[in-house]
Design a binder for this molecule. Structure first.
Ligand SMILES: [Fe+2]
Ligand SMILES: [Fe+2]
Length: 335
């Protein structure tokens, strides 16, 4: 059973081959920050970004400065500790590597976007000092701290608490907070702005989608072994947690857009977050709750072109080692 308290290190016979396969698939998606180039972004920040957009970008950078570190922390303290599958731990090892790449990417972003040393520190402090960023961090810490004392998952109640932590980080943190932040990047990209950030976001978007799939896979495996945990109460708790996450992300949105950015609004963002929440509920095997369409056409473009970014000069394919120029693209390129 996947939440057994005796450490399982046995890979043969393999009990959870789906996680081993996810791990193998994740190895095809390896990139490094050496491939990123923020030089055009720097020019845009100097010459083309309005003060309203600059405020939005400042808030995004403040969120990203610490967000992946929070995710990594929970991954090690809780996912790795409690999901008793050596195959899943292999997947988590790669996820941790990804999260460190994201941390490094956003460190580079802070260094490139914020020339002032004091303002850089402010970005890293934002999770304690800027209310809208703090609210997101507090939401994460609430579900992380709530299982601090769980050493062994030896009762149904404890297993349920862990399942809520797992769902929180997959559905609400990676699946809503990060997707919300990515949507602003693709909005800016639709206006021809910040191609370096757009490229980084393409790669991180793919990673996060994989991480969500991995955690959802863990939830599915837990559901097979412990179906009694997935009762009406858990479903209601998940609905409530997602609703809370949407409000927290909207608070961020209202702050980030407080000066007004034409084409984006809290009303549209609410609909987008509800759309994402429904997608997470479906992944969890629950009923949709909001039944709304995706209001952001620029995100739909992201969905239909998940492997290739046609907007930048250089195209880096999903699999490591397949870096080709735009002119070389053909539909014969194997992904
Ligand atoms: Fe991440
Ligand atoms: Fe992640």
């Amino acid at each position: 059973m996947i939440l057994d308290t005796d450490l399982d290190l046995t890979l043969r016979p393999m009990k959870y081959p789906q996680f081993f396969q996810m791990y193998r698939n994740s190895l095809k998606n390896i990139w490094t920050t050496d491939e990123l180039d923020f030089s055009v972004d720097f020019e845009h920040l100097r010459d083309r970004i309005s003060p309203k957009e600059a405020h939005l970008i400042k808030r995004l950078v403040a969120f990203w400065a610490t967000a992946d570190n929070i995710v990594a922390h929970n991954l090690v303290l809780n996912f790795y500790k409690h999901v008793n599958s050596p195959e899943y731990r292999m997947f988590l090892g790669k996820q941790l590597f990804d999260e460190m790449l994201h941390v490094e990417t956003y460190l580079l972003l802070v260094d490139n976007y914020i020339p002032d040393i004091n303002e850089r520190k402010e970005a890293f402090d934002a999770y304690k000092t800027v209310p809208s960023v703090q609210a997101k961090a507090d939401f994460c810490f609430k579900y992380m701290d709530s299982i601090n004392d769980l050493d062994k998952l030896d009762t149904p109640e404890k297993r349920k608490q862990f399942v809520m932590n797992l769902i929180c980080f997959a559905a609400c943190v990676e699946g809503l907070f990060f997707f919300g932040s990515f949507s602003y990047v693709y909005f800016l990209r639709s206006k021809g702005l910040l191609p370096g950030l757009a490229t980084a976001t393409n790669w991180i978007f793919r990673d996060e989608s994989m991480h969500i799939d991995g955690a959802m896979g863990a939830v599915a495996a837990i559901k097979v072994d412990y179906p009694e945990l997935f009762d009406k109460k858990l479903e209601q708790d998940v609905y409530q947690m997602l609703a809370e996450a949407i409000e927290v992300e909207l608070k961020f949105c209202e702050d980030a857009l407080e000066m007004g950015v034409s084409g984006m609004s809290p009303v549209l963002m609410r609909q987008y977050l509800e759309f994402c929440a429904d997608a997470r509920l479906v992944q969890l095997g629950f009923e949709k709750r909001y039944n709304v369409s995706n209001p952001f056409s620029f995100m739909m473009l992201q969905d239909v072109q998940p492997l290739t970014n046609f907007f930048e000069k250089r195209v880096t394919e999903y699999q490591k080692g397949l870096t080709v120029k735009v002119d070389d693209i053909s539909f014969d390129v194997a992904f």
